[in-house]
Ligand binder design. Structure first.
Ligand code: ADP
Ligand code: MG
Length: 559
């Protein structure tokens, strides 16, 4: 006989596991509790807008405060509050999410993009830092009575009459001895800045001093006085939540400055905004690259409903775009319970593809509408474009006509334009179009001059990614070769049918060869005597293109 049953869980065993292992980082307790307070405030706003709450909304500012002496941290909101029954339902049942229930209940009536909670576990993160947690709350419901819940991190709790007179909730954490680092203004401000800087409800943390003008002195110079103001830590409507049509360039630049206060202005940006088949908003900036090629990854911040999640975006942003800056916000990015990690799923792939496409479209638009501006920015954006072309087939398809090369006259060409530009003069006897490039115009100037004497064109490919880019171009373009200008004597690099006669007899050539072989005295080098135009360099030392390229690629650590 088969027997069926229900698996039971002993809360006293599971509790320590939640506390210890669910969240990798203790500081996120504040993210979770502030998010709950914001949710409670959003809910009362929604109920009011649906006509289900007719009282005054009042000031919905959430307040975070701490008391060093009492060793408490308090998070207070003027949101919907909870009745005793609701505490029992939402708080005492671990992994039952009141947020999800609320979203379900109103899903047809209201836009529920706003509610953050999801897993029904965030509240318990309080016990990572607190030895005792109190909830003091007054529900918005008419005639509700204040309720108080006290729990010391064991599975027992106490519930009794509360003392809150105004609608809303105080969460009071009695900080554990090993977590006293959190009873510190800078630490708390830092955590709030990191996770809650763009939440949609104002969050107050203490006060700050500000200088304000206070009339004029007798010389008619403005006088200042110091006043104390509420320290609101967040920007409640960051630009990515707005429509691009409401925004001016300056708004994007200002926002960039708040994200990266010490950076140069970005080159341009892309406003991401999609609601099907997934929700995603954000702004990606192309930074101005520093000359020392200081490429920093992990500058893009990932948010979910305006809550900071991580700056590890490697799964959702293609590798070559991880050098961009900015923010991405998506409630549809599948996060695990602790929200610290992405879970692989098909949305992630789609998001990745969407971002790639958006970036390619933006580049194409710049190229089309402002070719000159595009060329001016090429030095900075070239790295992204080339890296993207090499590493992402999809991007290469879209960007292949957006890659530029610059010749020694400072003129820019697309690859197709360039092939056209040189094909008449630089086609070899095998009908290959041969582009000559230099990696260092000072060191290779003798070779460049020789090429110029043949009216050949030389382009500059001096960046660390260029050796790989050259290979890529040769793979993608038939009958197109790139030769470093010093890879061989010029008439070998672009070997035409017409042959020059040497002024030396064969015997003279032989003895000249011997002289040089002796002088070089190295069996690994070979010496060739070839006719050249009379005003060329009389002796040329070269290294074959494939060996050059191996060296160049090794130098950039790529393959
Ligand atoms: P989640 O937010 O994922 O639903 P939590 O464990 O963070 O789960 O919170 C559980 C539930 O407790 C919430 O969904 C909400 O119903 C209730 N709750 C928590 N904090 C508050 C608060 N400050 N005001 C009102 N209700 C709250
Ligand atoms: Mg929550």
């Amino acid at each position: 006989m088969a027997e069926k049953g229900t698996i039971s869980i002993h809360t006293e065993n599971i509790f320590p596991i939640i506390k210890k292992f669910l969240y990798s980082d203790h500081e996120i307790f504040l993210r979770e509790l502030v998010s709950n307070a914001v949710d409670a405030s959003q809910k009362i706003k929604q109920l009011a807008s649906l006509g289900e709450y007719s009282g005054e909304l009042g000031d919905l500012t959430v307040e975070v405060s701490f008391d060093e002496k009492k060793k408490t941290i308090t998070i207070s909101d003027n949101g919907i509050g909870m009745t005793e029954e609701e505490i029992k339902k939402y708080i005492n049942q671990i992994a039952f999410s009141g947020a999800t229930e609320f979203v379900e209940k109103y899903k047809d009536k209201a836009d529920n993009q706003q509610i953050i909670g999801h897993f029904g576990l965030g509240f318990y993160s309080a016990f990572m830092v607190a030895k005792k947690v109190e909830i003091n709350t007054l529900s918005h419901q008419e005639g509700a009575e204040s309720a108080k819940w006290i729990c010391t991190g064991e599975t027992d709790f106490e519930i009794k009459k509360g003392t809150r007179k105004k609608r809303g909730t105080d969460i009071i954490l009695h900080i554990a001895d090993d977590s006293e680092e959190f009873l510190n203004e800078h630490r708390l401000q830092g955590i709030l800045d990191k996770y809650s800087k763009f939440l949609p409800i104002p969050i107050k943390f203490g006060q700050k001093e500000e200088q304000v003008e206070d009339g004029k002195d007798k010389d008619d110079k403005p006088k200042y006085k110091t006043v104390k103001k509420d320290n609101i830590i967040n920007d409640t409507d960051p630009i990515w939540t707005k429509s691009p049509s409401e925004l001016k360039d300056q708004d994007y630049l200002d926002f960039y400055k708040t994200l990266y206060p010490f950076s140069d202005d970005p080159l341009f940006w892309i406003h991401l905004n999609v609601d099907y088949p997934f929700n995603l908003t954000g702004v990606l900036y192309f930074p101005k690259l520093k000359k020392d090629f200081d490429l920093q990854k992990n500058k893009i911040q990932l948010y979910s409903r305006q809550v900071f999640i991580t700056d590890e975006v490697k799964d959702i942003v293609p590798e070559f775009l991880q050098l961009l800056h900015g923010v991405i916000d998506s409630p549809d990015i599948p996060l695990n319970v602790s929200r610290s990690y992405l879970q692989s799923d098909s949305n992630v792939k789609k998001i990745n593809g969407y971002i790639t496409k958006k970036v390619a479209d933006k580049l194409a638009e710049l190229f089309k509408n402002d070719r000159k501006g595009y060329e001016e920015k090429w030095e900075d954006i070239g790295v992204f474009v080339k890296y993207g072309m090499i590493s992402e087939e999809k991007f290469d398809e879209k960007a292949k006509d957006l890659a530029l090369v610059k010749n020694m006259d400072g003129k820019h060409f697309t690859i197709e334009e360039y092939k056209k530009h040189i094909e008449a003069n630089q086609t070899n006897k095998d009908k290959n179009v041969v582009a000559l490039y230099t990696t260092n115009k000072d060191k290779q100037h003798g070779y460049i001059d020789t090429a110029k004497k043949r009216s050949y064109d030389v382009i500059e490919l001096t960046g660390p990614i260029d050796p790989h880019f050259i290979n890529h171009l040769e793979q993608k373009h038939e009958k197109f070769q790139l030769q470093r200008v010093d890879a061989d004597v010029i008439d070998k690099l672009i070997d035409k049918d017409e042959k020059k006669e040497s002024v030396l007899s064969e015997k003279e050539q032989e003895s000249l060869k011997e002289v040089f072989e002796k002088a070089i005295n190295n069996k690994n080098n070979s010496v060739a005597v070839q006719p050249m135009a009379t005003d060329d360099m009389p002796v040329t030392i070269t290294l074959p293109e494939f060996m050059r390229r191996m060296k160049d690629m090794q130098a950039t650590g790529g393959g």
